[in-house]
Ligand binder design. Structure first.
Ligand SMILES: Cc1cc2nc3c(=O)[nH]c(=O)nc-3n(C[C@H](O)[C@H](O)[C@H](O)COP(=O)(O)OP(=O)(O)OC[C@H]3O[C@@H](n4cnc5c(N)ncnc54)[C@H](O)[C@@H]3O)c2cc1C
Length: 441
């Protein structure tokens, strides 16, 4: 236990009614699924917020008093009705990889660990339905047995569908299909925290108030998401000496037909933080893409036209899996693992395709990771952390340059907030679901 946590616990007062709540929860789940040992409580009180030096300075910030582990989605309503009656805060949790404190129980109470609700329930032409705790990798594997594949999955492939929809945004597949709020979700079953906790079903656009809402507007019990025909993918790995030709090649790959599943670009400083691999040259920029095997020839031609070198075209499953595992926030993870003292920002805009010199004037030593998308370029900016104010001043200066910035250094719901708030008023009248995450109006 860290000294910070010891100090924090010294001031800690148990939530009123927690003992009665736990006793009744044990009657519903069985005592073995109502967990109160210190190690489990500490684990359930953290997520990947430590990737932000700003959030790390604000931790610990709330602690689980009990971890509830339902083993079927049908047990969720009983638990939420009980929480409503005893007024116990409930923070849902999948694998706990949300980077921004999303799964930290800021107001203590119960953490609802949904990983035991992990069954793939059904699938048909163009769709798959699963319990919220099912792993994205299990959904993809199941879809593949039917000659299909997911529209998208995050670089954290083993995380849960409930966590990805409630806390994530996109990943492999977003090049074409954009974010998880852009039609990926066909249907959700949501459990409210009310007296009867009667589940309800939302479809299409009506699911938006429950996507990227951190569970504040209801707990997702099951999700039906979209599939497409499975393709024969390969991982293409190329090296470039300069930024401009590399971004020109990235833009051309994004427009390639048939469309790639993913296309990413990293500066050499990031490549050096990755696990060594013959397909990655640590002295060069790395451009990688998941392309249909039949389009690999055209993709190779794009790379040579822009002066790059194709290092390898690696077939599935290894090639595409490696490209996916180095996408979105994973370069940040590898850099931070290799060396202390970095922070990151989520950035966007086609201005990123140009010379990064102006960006480096704002944050000297910046390293850039880009994701090519048909809806516009996004990526990660990593730079040396000085203090919180320098980060916020830099964000303002980046915005003047036309770089879109999303700061991962807060734990508030920050998308479709009005929609989420209005759904939360109905689904959580006592404000017990992941409290502290919805900003005040
Ligand atoms: C290195 C790294 C790389 C990442 N790459 C990506 C990426 O490519 N794309 C991306 O989108 N994200 C990415 N993330 C963020 C995160 O890993 C993903 O969004 C992941 O899918 C979250 O799933 P989880 O099971 O870990 O959810 P958790 O972290 O457990 O939960 C996420 C949020 O959803 C809530 N929640 C969980 N389950 C439910 C439920 N059933 N109902 C309601 N609310 C629920 C939690 O309270 C929390 O607020 C990355 C994170 C890291 C650390």
């Amino acid at each position: 236990m860290t000294s910070d946590l010891t100090e924090f616990l010294a001031d800690h007062r148990a939530t009123e009614g927690i003992e009665e709540f736990c006793a009744e929860a044990a009657a519903l789940l069985g005592p073995q699924e109502v967990v109160r040992d210190a190690t489990a409580l500490e684990k359930a009180s953290c997520d990947w917020a430590h990737m932000s030096p700003i959030l790390s300075a604000k931790l610990p910030a709330g602690r689980a008093e009990v971890v509830l582990r339902p083993t079927s989605h049908q047990q969720i309503p009983g638990l939420l009705a009980l929480a409503h009656r005893h007024r116990i805060p409930v923070t849902p949790r999948g694998k706990g990889t949300g980077n921004y404190g999303q799964a930290i129980p800021l107001r203590d109470g119960a953490v609802l660990d949904l990983t035991g609700c992990g069954r793939v329930l059904d699938a048909g032409d163009g769709w798959i339905r699963a319990e919220a705790g099912a792993k994205m990798s299990d959904l993809e594997a199941h879809a593949r047995t039917l000659g299909q594949e997911l529209w998208m999955f995050p670089s954290t492939f083993g995380t849960t569908i409930g966590g990805f929809l409630s806390g994530g945004s996109g990943g492999t597949g977003s090049l074409v299909h954009r974010t998880n709020g852009d039609g990926f979700v066909q249907e959700l079953t949501v459990v409210p925290c009310t007296a009867d906790a009667e589940p309800f079903t939302v479809r299409g656009a009506d699911a938006l108030p429950y996507i990227h809402a951190y569970g504040t507007s209801g707990i997702t019990a099951t999700a039906t998401v979209r599939l497409q025909r499975a393709r024969d993918w390969s991982g293409l790995f190329a090296a470039f000496d300069d930024w401009r030709p590399a971004t020109a090649a990235l833009s051309d790959l994004v427009r390639l037909e048939p469309a790639p599943r993913l296309a990413s670009l990293d500066e050499a400083g990031l490549v050096r933080a990755f696990q060594p691999d013959p397909a990655l040259d640590p002295a060069a920029l790395s451009l990688r893409a998941i392309v249909e095997a039949g389009a690999a020839g055209t993709a190779r031609a794009i790379i040579s036209r822009h002066g790059g070198r194709v290092l390898e075209v690696r077939p599935a499953p290894e090639g595409p899996a490696l490209v996916s595992s180095l996408s979105f926030n994973h370069p940040t993870y590898h850099l931070m693992k290799a060396e202390d003292g970095w922070f990151h920002l989520e950035i966007g805009g086609d201005v990123l395709l140009g010379d990064p010199a102006e960006i480096r004037k704002i944050f000297p030593g910046t390293l850039l990771h880009l994701e090519g998308m048909r809806s516009g370029t996004v990526g990660m900016l990593m730079a040396r952390y000085e203090d919180e104010q320098t980060v916020y001043d830099g964000i303002a200066a980046l915005e003047v340059l036309g770089v879109g910035v999303h700061s991962p250094h807060n734990w508030y719901v920050d998308r479709r907030v009005d929609l989420v708030r209005s759904a939360a008023r109905a689904a959580d009248p006592r404000g017990l679901l992941n409290p502290g995450k919805l900003p005040a109006p």
